[in-house]
Structures are given as C-alpha cells and as structure tokens.
Design a protein around this ligand. Structure first.
Ligand SMILES: O=C(O)CCC(=O)C(=O)O
Ligand SMILES: [Fe+2]
Length: 195
C-alpha cells in the first residue's frame, strides 16, 4: 500500500518474475498490432506520443478525446496476464489498454481515467514490462497535498482505486535519458451499457 490522501494505491514490485516479464515483453512487442492514433486536442489532430492497442470483451468500446475503438479479442497471453492481475488485485477486468513507449520521447500527459463507463470509483490495474519509467500523481484540488512519484519497474503492478481517478491525475513524463522501450498494460472494467 502506498500512502496517499483521497486515493488508494497498491503496489507489487514483482507481480511477474523477471523471466516471465522478459518473455511477455518480447512476445507483446512483436505480436501486438500497435497503432498510433490521432486525437483531437484544442481543435487540432495530434498523434499521441506512444503506440497503443485495445483488447477486451466485445462490448468494451474505448472512447476518449473523440476516438472510439472496438476491442481486439483476448489472446491467450493477455488472458493469462489478466488472471494474474485479478488474483493479486482481487478485482475482475474486462478490457486492457496496451501502451508502447518506444523511447524517452514517448510519454503520457496528465489525465485521470474517469470516463463515465468506468463507473464512480474505477479500479485500474497497471502492469509494466521493459524499461523502468517514472509515474507521477498529483492531487486535482488540494495543492497542499504532495505529489507522488513511483518507479514502475518491469514486472511491477500498480492498482489505483478509491478516489484515485476522481481526486488525482497521473502522467508518465518524457525523459532525456537514452532508454529502452516499455510496455504498460492498464486493465480496466467497463460497465455494461443498456445494450
Ligand atoms: O504507462 C503508464 O504507466 C500509464 C498509462 C496510463 O495512465 C493510461 O493508459 O491511462
Ligand atoms: Fe491513465
């Protein structure tokens, strides 16, 4: 448990063994149909600074910043990782977003994963593979609360729940260091709509 006001953060540095982490990283980087989507930002279309892929149950459409992605069907490998993450977190998930940060110029800007289809207090389980990157959190409303930095190493699992999305934002900053690629998988649970 990482102490934080208005947020629930749980961290496992070795959710996967180093051997499993390396094998998963190598498989995923080669076999995933990575795409670089463009999003609408301040009225302009901008390529996001990383590659992504979206998998999940058939009803799990992913929408953000004017983008709507249909999920790819689960692969045996991703189902295996999902089972491991569910076992540790004690939560179930029906979709996963894969991010590939090719080098230090790839990043993820400040945001909360607070789309309505994730529910009031989303549980997001973030599994990291490959290069260690710095993950930052900041409180949205109370500037007196100190920010948090977590080094997400290969094989680590960070679970954000409670008010982590409604009260906090997170990001993965760029770095000037010469570094290797990193893959991140955020397991999520999209609530069933009326359909
Ligand atoms: O790469 C990470 O560790 C963070 C990914 C993330 O915040 C997201 O996909 O919403
Ligand atoms: Fe996020």
């Amino acid at each position: 448990m990482i102490p934080a006001q208005d947020a629930q953060l749980q961290f496992w540095s070795e959710a996967l063994t180093p051997t499993d982490s390396e094998q998963c990283f190598n498989d995923l980087i080669a076999s995933t149909p990575w795409r670089q989507d463009k999003i609408q930002l301040f009225g302009r279309r901008i390529a996001i600074p990383r590659l992504q892929a979206w998998y999940g149950d058939t009803h799990c459409h992913y929408s953000y910043s004017g983008l709507n992605l249909a999920p790819l069907p689960w692969t045996p490998q991703l189902l295996q990782l999902k089972t491991r993450v569910e076992q540790l977190s004690q939560h179930t998930f029906n979709c996963v977003l894969l991010n590939l940060y090719r080098n230090g110029s790839d990043s993820n800007g400040w945001h909360s994963d607070d789309e309505p289809e994730l529910g009031e207090q989303p549980v997001i389980a973030s599994l990291s593979l490959g290069e260690t990157r710095r993950f930052k959190l900041r409180h949205k409303y109370n500037k007196a609360i100190k920010g948090i930095t977590i080094n997400l190493n290969s094989g680590s699992l960070l679970v954000m729940s409670g008010h982590s999305q409604s009260h906090w934002q997170h990001c993965l900053p760029k770095t000037a260091r010469q570094i290797e690629p990193r893959i991140n998988l955020t397991f999520r649970n999209i609530l069933h709509g009326p359909n």
